[in-house]
Design a protein around this ligand. Structure first.
Ligand code: DU
Ligand code: SF4
Length: 228
């Protein structure tokens, strides 16, 4: 098993009818500023270091971001904010992420999402989350991160559910998401994973100042410390 083999299966997935329809519909309609582009319009693989110690878990591809470019968090404002922070903290070789062939390289970090197809209103259903969970589970097994930076409550719940399914000791009641939350879980085979909660990098948080660049930098630096 390899990440490449996982991605090959993933990009052909059509298991969620509502999301297949949506990802293709926004790709056909397009946003005016991307009129001349061919959208990816398929499930989006994780991006970055295949043996990353730090895995960033978002929500789902943005309709005109990753659903257009085919690379996680690439081509939207969320990604602009995230990759700029990765550059400042030494995880990325450049501060911008505009297209799948822009030369961006991540070291020691990887970005992924619990749902791989763009959902209407950025809101996957619980069924869609469960249907997509095995892809995140498989990616976790292959990459083997020591720290997960989790952007927002949806990713937090999805990751904890996936870990519980894979036999990790996830406390009940489930740990609550919050910015700055830190939860360490153990696997019976001896591995540990620390979840770090962080407000999502969406414009709703970054335009309002709820999440500042300094706050995100601090989370990424904390992740690096914990992953050593
Ligand atoms: O604000 P925006 O960059 O258009 O992103 C929309 C929405 O999708 C936001 O909630 C972030 C989320 N998202 C994500 O989780 N993963 C991605 O790769 C891109 C966007
Ligand atoms: Fe397949 Fe996941 Fe996309 Fe659903 S969201 S169609 S499970 S890749």
């Amino acid at each position: 098993g390899s990440v490449a083999a996982l991605d090959e299966v993933l990009v052909g997935c059509r298991a969620c009818p509502r999301l297949v329809t949506w990802r293709e519909r926004v790709a056909a309609e397009k946003r005016a500023s991307f009129r001349d582009e061919t959208y990816w319009a398929r499930p989006v693989p994780g991006f970055g270091d295949e043996r990353a110690a730090v895995l960033v878990v978002g929500l789902a591809p943005a309709a005109h971001g990753a659903n257009r470019t085919g690379r996680m968090f690439t081509g939207d404002r969320s990604g602009d904010f995230l990759f700029a922070s990765m550059f400042r903290t030494g995880f990325a070789n450049q501060p911008t992420s505009v297209s799948a062939d822009d030369g961006l390289e991540l070291t020691g970090i990887r970005v992924t999402a619990p749902v791989r197809c763009a959902p209407p209103a950025n809101k996957p259903t619980p069924t869609e989350r469960r249907t997509c969970a095995p892809y995140l589970g498989r990616e976790l097994e292959l990459v083997g991160p020591r720290v997960a930076v989790v952007l927002g409550a949806f990713g937090w719940q999805a990751l904890l559910a996936t870990l519980a399914d894979q036999g990790w000791a996830v406390p009940r009641p489930r740990p609550v998401f919050g910015h700055g939350a830190e939860v360490r879980v153990a696997h019976p085979d001896g591995r540990n994973l620390t979840l770090l909660g962080c407000f999502h990098v969406s414009q709703q948080n970054t335009f309002t100042g709820r999440l500042t660049p300094e706050m995100l930098d601090a989370v990424l630096l904390r992740a690096r410390d914990l992953s050593r």
